[in-house]
Write a protein that binds this ligand. Structure first.
Ligand code: ARG
Length: 572
């Protein structure tokens, strides 16, 4: 059990009679201000109201009854009925001593690991990846890493859009406008050109183009030999292009079962829904009505075609039968909220009630003009050029802050810092809100940025280099930790919070809970380093204690950044 859980457990046991222990325990939280201790139990006010008691009196009763040993002494009653908990220094120090040699940094595997499917990235192939794809990819990857780090079984599933109308557009383009030579040298670029050409013609309402592309999609779905052969010819190139981007981002899927994989199952899905009386025919289409929603879920269109929703239902069934997941996370743009609400309601009626299906929604990326992020000519920003730009911008910063690195080192550091800054800017936002894409802010060395945390890590490595001491030698010595200075203590208390932070991030499906923690930790380290001499400490014991704190900090930063998909460098 992590520190927060242990405290909650104790407070639950001390809940006054007539109170809801779970709610009382849930009101225990880390303090926002160290003036109020390390943790606060804020449940007395609400409880006093429902029991019609005096909140301060109630708080005093709880303070006497609660047993927080050995973590903390009797909590202190403050204000209208807050209970402030201060961890016992010696307990914090002994626990930190265990962390010195604990590779898991205090994380204990769960008694019953969950199986979690993360459905993320999931681009429509055959279109180049653009800036919109970064959020699903980066947030999904981070959630997958967080769940795995907590000891759960994670299945990373790239639900590729490899069967939709965009293929009809490409097939039409290929048949009418292809450039074989261009395809031979750069196949994906040629397919993208054909896609854009069809898109432009449809937008310009050129006669018959839209219908013609639809016919091509329908023929593909109906098993037309020519279209099927072209699809099979194009797919490997599309997948290879995606893989380049994923490799660069450090993203690896366990399965990439695209929409095409589910195609053979769709007729059975609809037949089953009809047989069970869940789906019905309405205006020629087959639909499922869901109470409280405006439109029904369409599972077969009037022209007989199955659609996105049918595929998603087949996917739910397949995942259930294959992995029996406890949770399925759909990391998808918030604009698909209505789709998922309907889908999940229909799935429950269909009998898939056991699994927790969650739409992990996220907002839009905006330009500095606060409009959806576009290039200067108004195009969507391609993902690869965005990554290149990030590295180029980072190179400028790195050359400025560390002029004495070798040019190859600059390049390597710029790659790590540039990609890290893009990921961090995304993950540090509350995912539900839109955010402004601004290189200047993303690469600031001071502030809540990836670069700041990477720098904090590198700075700790430089302390060891300067002292000609290796972190391993400190770990082997297992020094006694002393927390005599308030800045030492503040750092130490934060180092114990990694496990509870990850639990909370997994519960709320919010990587920004982790970024906030890492930023707070880096700040605590910075104050510690300003106020407590490390290499020049007054004694060897003190020096080794501080080096051990620095080492745990570095490992926590590295571990935490890795869960965000961000690398570190030893020098920058
Ligand atoms: N391919 C879809 C799109 O680009 C996202 C798919 C999300 N996953 C799902 N199971 N529906 O909009």
């Amino acid at each position: 059990m992590n520190v927060l859980e242990r405290l909650r457990h104790s407070f639950a046991a001390a809940t006054p009679e007539g109170g809801d222990a779970a709610a009382f325990a849930a009101a225990v939280r880390p303090s926002t201000d160290s003036k109020f201790g390390d943790y606060q139990a804020n449940g007395c006010m609400a409880l006093a109201k429902s029991l019609q008691k005096n909140p301060r009196e109630l708080a005093h009763r709880v303070a006497e009854a609660v047993d927080l040993a050995p973590l903390a002494a009797t909590p202190e009653v403050a204000g209208p009925g807050f209970l402030n908990v201060r961890l016992v220094d010696s307990w914090v120090a002994r626990t930190l001593e265990d962390l010195i040699v604990d590779e898991a940094l205090g994380i204990v595997p769960p008694a019953r690991p969950k199986t979690v499917v993360v459905d993320y990235s999931s681009p429509n192939v055959a279109k180049p990846m653009h800036v919109g794809h970064i959020r699903s990819t980066v947030i999904g990857e981070s959630l997958a890493r967080i769940f795995a780090a907590l000891g759960h079984k994670v299945i990373r599933d790239n639900h590729l859009g490899d069967w939709g109308s965009q293929f009809g557009m490409i097939l039409w383009g290929w048949k009418n406008h292809r450039d074989e030579a261009a395809f031979a040298t750069a196949p994906v670029a040629e397919l993208a050109r054909l896609y854009r050409l069809a898109q432009a013609k449809i937008k310009a309402k050129e006669p018959n183009v839209e219908d013609a592309t639809r016919v091509e999609t329908a023929k593909l779905h109906a098993g037309d030999a020519e279209n099927r052969a072209l699809w099979e010819r194009f797919m490997p190139y599309c997948l290879a292009a995606l893989k380049d981007v994923y490799d660069r981002l450090g993203v690896k899927f366990d399965v990439e079962l695209g929409e095409s994989f589910y195609d053979p199952m769709l007729a059975d899905v609809v037949a089953d829904l009809e047989a069970k009386g869940i789906a019905q025919v309405s205006e020629g289409a087959t639909v499922v009505f869901v109470e409280g929603t405006k439109a029904p879920l369409i599972v077969r269109k009037r022209d007989g075609a199955y659609n996105y929703a049918t595929t998603d239902l087949a996917t739910i069934k397949y995942r259930e039968e294959t992995w029996q997941p406890d949770e399925v996370l759909y990391v998808v743009d918030h604009r698909q909220g209505d789709h998922f609400k309907l889908l999940f309601a229909v799935a429950r009626r269909w009998g898939y009630e056991r699994t927790d299906l969650e739409h992990v929604a996220f907002g839009t990326i905006l330009g500095t003009d606060r409009k959806p992020f576009k290039t200067r000519d108004g195009d969507v920003v391609g993902l690869e050029s965005l990554l290149d730009e990030g590295v180029a911008e980072a190179l400028k910063v790195v050359q400025e802050i560390s002029p004495d690195l070798e040019p190859e080192q600059h390049q390597r550091v710029a790659e790590v810092v540039g990609l890290g800054s893009i990921k961090y800017a995304d993950l540090s936002q509350n995912r539900q809100s839109d955010y402004v894409f601004d290189w200047k802010k993303m690469l600031a060395m001071n502030g809540n940025t990836g670069a700041y945390l990477q720098y904090a890590y590198a700075r700790i490595q430089s302390i060891f280099r300067k002292g000609e001491i290796t972190p391993e030698s400190i770990r082997l010595q297992r020094p006694t930790i002393a927390l005599s200075h308030p800045a030492e203590r503040a750092l130490g208390v934060r180092l114990l919070r990694l496990p509870e932070t990850l639990e909370l991030a997994a519960l709320e499906l919010k990587p920004n809970i982790l970024t906030d923690y890492l930023f707070d930790l880096a700040n605590a380290f910075s104050s510690f380093f300003e106020e407590c001499p490390v290499l020049k400490a007054e004694s060897t014991e003190r020096r080794n204690s501080r080096l051990a704190l620095a080492d745990i900090t570095a490992r926590t930063l590295k571990f935490g950044l890795d869960l965000l998909g961000i690398e570190v460098v030893d020098r920058m």
